[in-house]
Write a protein that binds this ligand. Structure first.
Ligand SMILES: Cc1cc2nc3c(=O)[nH]c(=O)nc-3n(C[C@H](O)[C@H](O)[C@H](O)COP(=O)(O)OP(=O)(O)OC[C@H]3O[C@@H](n4cnc5c(N)ncnc54)[C@H](O)[C@@H]3O)c2cc1C
Length: 406
């Protein structure tokens, strides 16, 4: 029996990945007693020269959040790849748009970072915080409301009590399921093929995205000169692409990417993920809140998933800390409503925008093709509109939580 597991915490977070780990650090550095319950053991080292298949495009807002929880320096030491330009174009027409951080007066548009680099930095920060306890490996068993606390039983029988239980346990969230929170689900009937590739020409610190009739193909610049690809396509084509031998795959990929960086000459391991949209109908219940993929999953075409989750974490931390500062019980539904109102609308708008892009770019109907090509060209020429798009892509628009404003 772990002695720490019988303690009473202010907050218990199920899932200590990017979103749960960030929330835990934000709350513990403000002095709250936090328990993080995480099923997966940390991976402290990895083979030199290898690249994690899970790579995130991290916005400037997320960078600020990581700085606020004192993780950014460790993430930078672990390796980040800034991208200074973004080029998006349509495979079936002349429409194209180009963003350049210099035109926007910013040092960078964002960063490409391996998931394991962020996780290692968060784990190190969590270790340093005296009011944070990590229970790992440990899995959620059950929970029930008991007076002024949530009583959480772990799969191994240990019991944790907390005034607020947070589900940061990903798309298949058990917290959400056990709380009977319904979801809106849409299967995109698409899969994303991901891999690390080498191209003949340098990636030019640019994030590239070509819209094909079957879905978008992104090349994200890695710091060692290679690129991480996310190729969203039909499940049939994804299966076929993963089954091809390396040379055939490279040929198909070079053609699909229009040889924008010359030929693609090497590929590492390939993997594929089903793509779907999920949105929890509620983010909160009495003494319970959902953050990150537990609350919403979006299409990866704009690389916003984890960034939205980090904004959830920063917003929930602010709501909890504001309530504590004025002596209110932060676990009450009435108090958590502010968090739900704050984040649900923003996340829903981003999901709708992604669906809109997907619908418009996925159509081969001539009027839509013409419209989208004209729209891309028009936005590219209209500086104020373009600035608005760039500001959204960098995560710097909207009602940002304090941790993302610093
Ligand atoms: C192909 C693809 C590309 C993507 N690219 C991007 C991108 O470029 N940029 C971006 O922002 N997003 C991207 N995303 C989305 C991003 O991967 C997710 O939004 C993000 O990983 C969600 O983080 P999370 O912490 O909420 O959940 P997760 O990363 O799923 O973490 C959940 C954690 O909870 C733990 N857990 C689960 N159940 C339990 C339990 N019962 N008990 C204890 N622990 C538990 C798990 O072990 C895990 O550590 C992409 C997604 C896909 C599929």
């Amino acid at each position: 029996m772990n002695k720490a597991a019988d303690m009473y915490y202010d907050i218990a977070i199920i899932g200590g990945a990017c979103v749960g780990g960030t929330l835990a650090c934000a709350l513990a550095q403000a002095g709250l007693q936090v328990a993080v319950i995480e099923a997966r053991e940390p991976q402290p080292v990895w083979p030199a020269g290898s690249v994690d298949l899970r790579v995130f495009a991290i916005t400037r807002a997320s960078e600020r959040i990581f700085r606020s929880i004192e993780c950014w320096d460790a993430i930078e030491r672990g390796g980040v790849s800034p991208f200074r330009e973004m080029r998006v174009w349509d495979a079936s027409g002349p429409g194209a748009i180009h963003f350049d951080c210099a035109e926007l007066g910013e040092p960078t548009l964002g960063y490409i970072i391996e998931q394991r680099v962020i996780q290692a930095a968060l784990n190190a920060r969590m270790e340093m915080l005296p009011t944070l306890t990590r229970l790992c490996p440990a899995e959620l068993g059950a929970f029930e409301l008991g007076g002024d606390a949530m009583r959480i039983t772990l799969a191994d029988g240990r019991v944790v009590r907390a005034r607020l239980l947070v589900g940061a346990d990903g798309a298949a969230s058990r917290v959400r399921g056990m709380a009977d929170i319904a979801v809106e689900l849409r299967d995109y009937q698409q899969e994303a093929v991901v891999a690390v590739v080498t191209t003949e020409q340098s990636h030019q610190e640019t994030a590239w995205q070509r819209f094909l009739p079957t879905g978008p193909l992104a090349f994200l610049p890695l710091r060692d000169g290679r690129s991480s690809i996310v190729w969203s396509t039909t499940p049939q084509q994804a299966a076929e692409l993963c089954a091809l031998d390396a040379n055939e795959f490279l040929e198909r990929l070079s053609a699909a990417f229009d040889q924008r960086l010359g030929r693609v000459i090497a590929v590492e391991e390939r993997a594929r993920f089903p793509l779907r949209r999920l949105h929890a109908k509620h983010y909160i219940a009495e003494r319970l809140a959902l953050v990150g993929d537990a609350a919403h999953v979006i299409h990866p075409l704009a690389g916003q998933g984890v960034n939205l989750g980090l904004l959830d974490a920063a917003s929930l931390a602010e709501v909890v800390l504001d309530a504590r500062a004025t002596g209110r019980d932060y676990g009450l539904h009435t108090n958590l409503r502010r968090y739900e109102r704050w984040r649900q609308g923003d996340n829903s708008a981003m999901q709708r925008a992604m669906d809109g892009f997907k619908g418009v770019f996925g159509s081969s109907a001539p009027p839509l093709r013409l419209l989208r090509n004209s729209a891309l060209t028009l936005v590219d020429r209209l500086a104020p509109v373009k600035r608005l798009f760039a500001s959204h892509a960098m995560g710097l628009s909207g009602d940002l939580p304090a941790l993302a404003r610093r």
